[in-house]
Design a protein around this ligand. Structure first.
Ligand code: ADP
Length: 325
């Protein structure tokens, strides 16, 4: 296998916070991301799933250099990414682009969308003239399924789906190799979501793009991902082939997430309801962070933190008790 496009090793991002949010409370460490490793090959998608607050967005921001790492290392095409303030990031941003959840917030309401698509070219000094940059922007608009007349529209004159296409066009104009998509479709109408997902899949096939795809919509993640990683309180608890993971989840937490996916069939699957609230990232329990909510927990789970280990089917799971089924 070729060297990964992106190699993330043991990423950690902690915050110092006041316990309970109180001004004069005790200092505490919030473990937003607490030892996450993964790799991504060109043309592949890694789906990142987990409940709100488990560290997905923080992981994305670390990869894009928008947040400094507490520790760990990220390599892009073999190069260790520098500190976030480094000038090198200007060039690295061409390789990695972010697609945000809310296209309206990502676009400037006062500027024609075509000009917004061209803008990154001017910032990076690409193209000899304005005419050349305009031609490139037109070509990119076409590749995301829009037409020349959309160039002179303002964001509010377009539909939600068209706006997300503009956001994609602006990310793609610099010919990146990796798109970090943070809930890229959750602000769109259900009827439009599938169109945007199909567009992402087409673009990947044509351009060999890699995606880090964050979503709480497990069905969508299964559809787009070559590999899925499930996060719980800042760590990956299960990772592997999407079909295996969704049909025979090995970690009790993944089992609970999968059992909560609405099913449109007559045979009702039993829903696994987790005990208690998710603990917050400040008071992570000792042992397995999931043990207090886990229906299978035994004494060992309360004292010993499980490391990710491979099951016979190639999946990895951080659970003392899990076995491939
Ligand atoms: P997700 O994307 O999975 O919803 P996040 O990565 O946004 O999760 O957040 C992970 C944890 O880090 C949460 O507990 C969140 O409250 C906390 N967090 C995120 N940003 C900050 C910050 N700037 N300061 C303190 N805590 C933060």
């Amino acid at each position: 296998m070729s060297a990964g496009l992106l190699e993330a090793s043991d990423l950690v991002r902690h915050y110092q916070v006041r316990k309970g949010g109180r001004l004069f409370g005790e200092n505490a460490t919030l473990r937003a991301v607490d030892g996450v490793s993964f790799s991504l090959q060109p043309g592949r998608t890694l789906g990142l799933v987990g409940e709100s607050g488990c560290g997905k967005t923080t992981t994305a921001r670390l990869v894009l250099g928008l947040l400094p790492l507490t520790s760990g290392e990220i390599r892009l095409e073999g190069e260790v990414l520098p500190a976030t303030q480094s000038k090198r990031w200007r060039d690295l941003r061409r390789v990695m682009q972010m697609v945000y959840q809310n296209p309206l917030a990502a676009l400037d309401r006062r500027i024609e969308v075509g000009r917004q698509v061209m803008e990154p070219l001017a910032i990076h000094g690409i193209g000899k003239s304005k005419a050349e940059r305009r031609d490139r922007a037109m070509a990119i608009l076409e590749s995301v399924g829009l037409q020349a007349h959309h160039f002179i529209r303002y964001p509010h004159e377009l539909s939600g789906g068209q706006r997300q296409r503009i956001v994609l066009a602006r990310a793609l104009i610099l010919e990146p190799r990796l798109l970090v998509c943070d809930e890229p479709i959750s602000a769109l109408d259900v009827s439009i979501q599938a169109q945007v997902v199909n567009l992402l899949l087409d673009l990947q096939a044509k351009m060999g793009l890699a995606y880090l795809f964050i979503s709480h919509d497990l069905r969508m993640v299964r559809q787009v991902s070559h590999e899925v990683a499930v996060m719980y309180l800042g760590r990956i608890v299960e990772r592997g082939d999407p079909d295996r993971l969704f049909t025979a989840p090995a970690h009790p937490y993944t089992q609970a997430l999968v059992s909560a996916i609405p099913v449109a069939t007559r045979t009702r699957r039993q829903r696994l309801i987790l005990k208690g609230d998710p603990p917050n990232s400040v008071d992570i329990p000792a042992g397995c962070a999931f043990h207090a909510r886990c229906p299978m927990a035994v004494a060992r789970c309360r004292s010993e933190t499980p490391a990710l280990r491979a099951l016979e089917d190639g999946r990895q799971v951080a659970c003392h008790l899990a076995a491939a089924s």
